[in-house]
Design a protein around this ligand. Structure first.
Ligand code: ATP
Length: 367
């Protein structure tokens, strides 16, 4: 049964002072789609190129079915590649492009096999057309059929949807995910688009400055980010500080539930959709905040609420009751997630030693 283990790979391009990829490890099982997501320059493509064999790591190993492929040339790795720009031959028909991927197959069977692959990707009626006569999404499906033709155990997809417009991107993404699942082929997708990674992949690694900060199932990394970078890269996040006492923390929003249990100073993350708002009874009464902006998005609304010195984002179902200037109280609907930060984590720390670090963190959040 296919499985891929990427073990602590590091790659530095001289004379860059820091590695492009640093100590990256992850595991991929048969038929699984893994996403590498992160901002531009964080090392995603370099990781993919190392797996494909176009780059050699300085250290670390890559095991396919338990056997090292680190020193194998790309053509002996049984790995297919789908590029951002489709890389189809412009002067070959659709079927001609797919036949090209079948060079190892008996010549007499190539046409039939190519037709089967075109049927798989839903392009059986387009065999004789030329690539320029197809939409971007169709061209990407031809590219996938050509890659599948070589019977790879793993397909690497480098930003394959980024040349498509928003509507086509969504349908192509859905189609290609279904096709990969039908073909039961494992894949690694590189993307800078967090929504794409969360919806397309079975598990996701979030890269930051060459390192994989967190690897997990989409729900897990979205709902339980481990660092402020992951929390903020995957969506909007409210960061707040507090002092943890087991399953709760004392914060500016009051004593709120947290996950996991912790002690001492903590940095917490709360997604806007996990914050609730309720109107304050009297304009002066109780601790509360003020709605300073309101973004109506049809079925829901995002409010920005100034509470003390800090602005919080709260994403709620549509309610006409709250408008700019309304006084509100904020309450968490889910436990706040305790983040891992250098020197500040899930155990008690002497508060005075960290006040400067807190100031830095709050400053960074405010900008
Ligand atoms: P993007 O999303 O913009 O494609 P990425 O996350 O895929 O970025 P990489 O292309 O892996 O990032 O690049 C990581 C770092 O390595 C960057 O600082 C980049 O400039 C550097 N780099 C990549 N390829 C080379 C190379 N061949 N020679 C020198 N430096 C390189």
């Amino acid at each position: 049964m296919f499985h891929l283990d990427v073990q602590q790979i590091t790659k530095r391009y001289h004379p860059a002072p820091t590695p492009a990829v640093s100590d990256a490890s992850f595991h991929l099982d048969s038929g699984e789609i893994f996403g590498l997501v992160g901002p531009s320059g964080c090392g995603k493509t370099t990781t993919l190129r190392i797996i494909a064999g176009f780059e050699h790591p300085d250290s670390g190993d890559i095991l396919l079915d338990g056997v090292s492929i680190r020193d194998l040339p790309p053509e002996r790795r049984k790995i297919g590649f789908v590029f951002q720009d489709y890389a189809l031959f412009p002067n070959r028909s659709v079927i001609g492009n797919v036949v090209f991927g079948l060079r190892g197959v008996d010549r007499r069977n190539r046409r039939r096999r190519a037709e089967e692959l075109l049927e798989l990707v839903g392009l059986e009626g387009e065999a004789e057309r030329m690539p320029h006569e197809l939409s971007g999404g169709q061209q990407q499906r031809v590219a996938l059929a050509r890659t599948l033709a070589s019977n790879p155990e793993l397909i690497l997809l480098d930003e394959p949807f980024s040349n498509l417009d928003a509507a086509l991107r969504e349908t192509t993404r859905r189609d290609i995910r279904t096709l990969l699942k039908c073909a039961d082929v494992s894949a690694i997708l590189v993307t800078h688009d967090q929504e794409e990674a969360l919806s397309f992949c079975d598990s996701v690694g979030v890269m930051h400055a060459g390192a994989l900060e967190q690897v997990g199932r989409p729900e897990e990394i979205y709902l339980r980010p481990e660092t402020s970078f992951v929390a903020q890269f995957l969506g909007r996040a409210n960061l707040l500080r507090g002092t943890a006492r087991g399953s709760v923390a004392d914060t500016e929003l009051g004593t709120i539930p947290i996950f996991p249990d912790s002690e001492g100073p903590v940095l917490l993350s709360l997604r806007p959709e996990h914050l609730g708002l309720s109107p304050l009874d009297s304009p002066e009464g109780g601790p509360g905040g003020e709605v300073i902006s309101r973004e109506f998005r049809g079925h829901d609304v995002t409010f920005r609420v100034r509470y003390g010195r800090i602005d919080y984002l709260a994403h709620t179902e549509y309610t006409g009751a709250l408008t700019v200037g309304s006084r509100v109280s904020i309450y968490p609907r889910e436990p706040a997630v305790v983040l891992r930060e250098t020197g500040l984590c899930r155990r008690a720390l002497p508060s005075t030693a960290h006040s400067a670090r807190w100031a830095q963190l709050l400053q960074a959040r405010a900008t």
